[in-house]
Design a protein. Structure first.
Length: 428
């Protein structure tokens, strides 16, 4: 079997070559063709994720639609949130239920793991956020009450920025973002300047918090002071979702594909710092936003309020976007039944992936950045090959709409959940 060649990235003066030397160096950097230039290279993904081809387990237990599926950062557990008000934690070795977490009184549509993989936070339509000890399957106290409307997002502070792993941000329909201390269970700060429901929150790698809102704006906040840094404007309708170029790196923290065990929290933190600095790439992190106005914007939010690019082409609202772990590609999922691929640095259109016959709800990448997974209203999940830009695998099996998909950090499993109340695990 012909092994795929190892992909490399090339850099000149720490600027990644994304098209040609002529365009990137001579035109963009204004260098002369007489000058000597030094080109550095480094391998991209050194491991390869095999395509998932079959459903290895259909996990029953939820009694209403499955609204969220999320693998833990160390890849050992899967959490699912449902319209039945419960969260279930599944053991991935045996693919059996480990814990059922009860306490919410309405739909659970948001799940977020702490970056040390010890705690799970959940956000619900009941306006509360709950913190759970995932291994023990126990609630840590009562629900956190401070928001006055349903919870729309949760983002933990990245491990490389906080060894204690004790802060997270929540966004709500009540137009605010709140920063919490998970140990004291107190609100540290409330960030309010949005004039519409906040739809999404992300905590970036350099200590900025990003929020998207139905007020058509994206806001950038300083997480230490809680100050508004800048407002990113351009969208003509609700902003639905955000994606960060550093997101996979932040999500997986200290764990690479070897899933080494760490003896102490300090060791875990140091590994996360080292891994972040080694892999974050050149230049500031990039942010993408997608909207009901059918467009996507690419931003350099650490340095500018001007967009890098406005990406058009979708014929209906764009529901979800996702950066490849290597940050080089952005995928968008739309109600126009397509997934589109864009250059993660320039925002240039690459390809439209067609095959779904219903709205595409979510899209995510494999950890080696070579495959894309989408879940749709048409009851299928699909795997797409980034190199050929074609459908690689169709995953039928759900009896109804697929609301949520996730690809495990190690790449060996995919989880999907939806209206049929079943959680499916897919493997090679």
């Amino acid at each position: 079997m012909q092994e795929d060649p190892l992909p490399y990235a090339f850099f000149v003066d720490s600027q990644e070559l994304s098209s040609t030397i002529h365009e990137d160096i001579l035109v963009n950097q204004g260098k002369s063709s007489e000058e000597m230039i030094t080109i550095c290279y480094r391998p991209q993904a050194v491991f390869k994720v095999r395509t998932v081809t079959r459903c290895s387990s259909s996990l029953n237990g939820h009694t209403e639609a499955v609204l969220a599926v999320s693998f833990s950062p160390d890849g050992s557990m899967l959490a699912t949130g449902s319209g039945d008000t419960t969260i279930r934690i599944w053991d991935l070795n045996t693919e059996t239920p480990k814990h059922t977490l009860t306490g919410h009184t309405n739909w659970v549509q948001i799940l977020a793991w702490s970056p040390d993989a010890k705690f799970l936070t959940s956000g619900s339509m009941d306006k509360t956020v709950r913190i759970w000890d995932a291994k023990a399957g126990k609630a840590l106290g009562e629900g956190l009450k401070s928001h006055t409307q349903l919870i729309t997002g949760i983002a933990w502070e990245p491990l490389h920025l906080n060894a204690q792993c004790n802060r997270f941000a929540t966004s709500s329909k009540d137009m605010t973002i709140k920063i919490w201390n998970a140990q004291t269970r107190q609100v540290l700060m409330t960030l309010s300047s949005h004039t519409g429901p906040v739809t999404c929150v992300k905590w970036g790698g350099s200590g900025l918090i990003y929020s998207a809102s139905r007020d058509k704006s994206v806001r950038v906040w300083d997480a230490k002071e809680g100050k508004l840094v800048r407002v990113l404007e351009g969208h003509g309708h609700w902003v639905n979702s955000l994606a960060l170029s550093s997101e996979f790196l932040i999500r997986t923290g200290a764990w690479d594909h070897t899933f080494k065990k760490y003896a102490t929290p300090q060791e875990l933190h140091e590994a996360a710092v080292e891994r972040y600095n080694k892999n974050k790439g050149e230049g500031p992190e990039r942010l993408a936003s997608c909207s009901d106005d059918y467009t996507i914007f690419l931003w350099n939010p650490e340095v500018s309020k001007k967009p890098v690019a406005r990406m058009t082409g979708h014929m209906q609202l764009v529901n979800h976007i996702s950066f490849a772990p290597d940050g080089r590609t952005l995928a968008s999922a739309s109600f126009d039944k397509s997934v589109k691929l864009w250059d993660g640095h320039t925002g240039k259109f690459i390809e439209t992936l067609r095959g779904h016959v219903g709205a595409v709800y979510q899209v995510t990448f494999s950890s080696d950045s070579r495959q894309i997974l989408s879940g749709s209203r048409d009851s299928t999940c699909k795997v797409w090959d980034l190199k050929t830009r074609k459908l690689k695998m169709d995953l039928p099996g759900h009896a109804d709409e697929v609301f949520s998909v996730d690809w495990s950090p190690g790449g060996d499993k995919v989880a999907s959940g939806g209206k049929d109340r079943v959680v499916k695990i897919w493997k090679h």
